[in-house]
Design a protein around this ligand. Structure first.
Ligand code: 5MM
Length: 357
């Protein structure tokens, strides 16, 4: 091969819009500088379930108003670097008519979009799922970029049970995540890759670690095969934690140690950021766990948060679907965002939970 032909990168990256430096800069803007991600991408059925807990009807208007409450929280941009939106929300605007994507971008918060179409039963593998949404994804990503999205999210769901997960399920989900991530990078969109090992069940923390190990192993093998540029992704994993109804649940120090052990074994140092999901932990637990991990220091990646429930549950509870509670809902979100930002820096103290913010 001629010398200059060897110097050229004859791979697909040359033929696409992808700019690896730009992807890396976006990823770091999402989770660097003590910032994290607000996962506000509940699909219509999921937000309906959340609203049902506060006896609030889920309509296009109530969903808009709730998301407006979250995004217009004064001071939120100090702690939140990215917001994951659902398709409907990306097309909505503030009450003043400013598209949410523009509103967020003007604040310095990067808008993102959930692009998977949900976890569906994996044929032939009872109790297991594979996430769908690859068909037509290239065209959807082009449209989402035009609407302002600069990152995307895809969530795979791995269930722990008596005989599950199977290796096949983890491989199938890893490959789907990798195909999604490659398509995102082609469209100059940072992919959040989320292989969620569910907390549901009575399994031990050791079992969660074993499964998370296997899920991350399958994921990073698939990402390599699909030539995904690791500098341009964000990993959104579960923490390694006991099952939600386990008899003897591991404490915060053990959760932090097991999670770091797992991540250090599987996540290459050139991944710019890891942003945890909260997965059913209380808001307080999710903050404390993140803080302990960051207090250990000397980690190769930004270790941040991409919480849905752990950021929103207190805000939803304070709001109760009532216009009079708009500011109270914002204050509740502000508190969680600030505390998680402190935890990102390893500067949180659980005593702050009872102090006024
Ligand atoms: C916010 O919830 C997200 C969307 O869920 P559905 O697709 O079920 O509507 C969800 O993917 C979320 O981004 C992650 O699971 C993290 O949220 P938690 O609540 O686990 O922090």
């Amino acid at each position: 091969m001629a010398f200059f032909a060897m110097l050229r990168r004859p791979d697909w990256l040359e033929k696409t819009r992808m700019n690896r430096n730009e992807l890396n800069a976006v990823a770091l803007a999402m989770v660097g500088n003590g910032k994290g991600i607000l996962a506000a991408d509940e699909s219509t059925p999921t937000i309906g379930k959340r609203f049902a807990t506060i006896n609030t009807e889920s309509t296009e208007a109530s969903r808009q108003r709730y998301r407006e409450m979250l995004f217009t929280t004064p001071g939120i941009a100090d702690y939140i670097g990215g917001v994951i939106l659902f398709d409907e929300t990306l097309r909505q605007s503030t009450s003043d008519g400013v598209p949410f994507a523009k509103y967020l971008d003007d604040l310095g918060i990067i808008p993102g979009i959930k692009v998977d179409t949900g976890a569906k039963p994996l044929a032939g593998f009872p109790g297991e799922t594979v996430t769908e949404g690859l068909d037509g994804l290239r065209d959807r990503l082009t449209e989402y970029y035009e609407l302002g999205a600069r990152f995307a999210k895809w969530r795979a769901v791995i269930n722990i049970g008596a005989d599950i997960p199977s290796d096949f399920c983890m491989q199938a989900n890893g490959r789907a995540l990798a195909r999604y991530a490659a398509l995102c990078q082609e469209a100059n969109i940072v992919p959040i890759v989320e292989p969620e090992v569910l907390m549901d069940g009575d399994h031990s923390i050791a079992r969660c670690e074993e499964v998370t190990d296997a899920a991350l192993d399958a994921l990073f093998s698939a990402l390599a095969e699909h030539k995904v540029v690791l500098e341009g992704i964000i990993l959104k994993p579960n923490m390694v934690i006991s099952g939600s109804v386990a008899a003897d649940r591991a404490g915060p120090a053990e959760v932090a140690a097991a999670t770091l052990r797992c991540l250090q074994a599987h996540v290459p140092a050139n991944v710019p950021g890891i942003a945890f999901l909260s997965g059913g932990q209380t808001a307080e637990e999710a903050t404390e766990h993140l803080d302990i991990m960051n207090k250990t220091g000397d980690l190769p990646w930004e270790l941040s948060f991409s919480y849905g429930r752990a950021l929103q549950a207190p805000a939803l509870d304070a709001w109760q679907g009532q216009e009079d509670n708009f500011a109270a809902g914002q204050a509740a979100l502000f508190k969680r965002a600030k505390f998680n930002s402190l935890a990102h820096a390893g500067s949180f103290d659980t005593a702050m939970e009872s102090a006024t913010v």
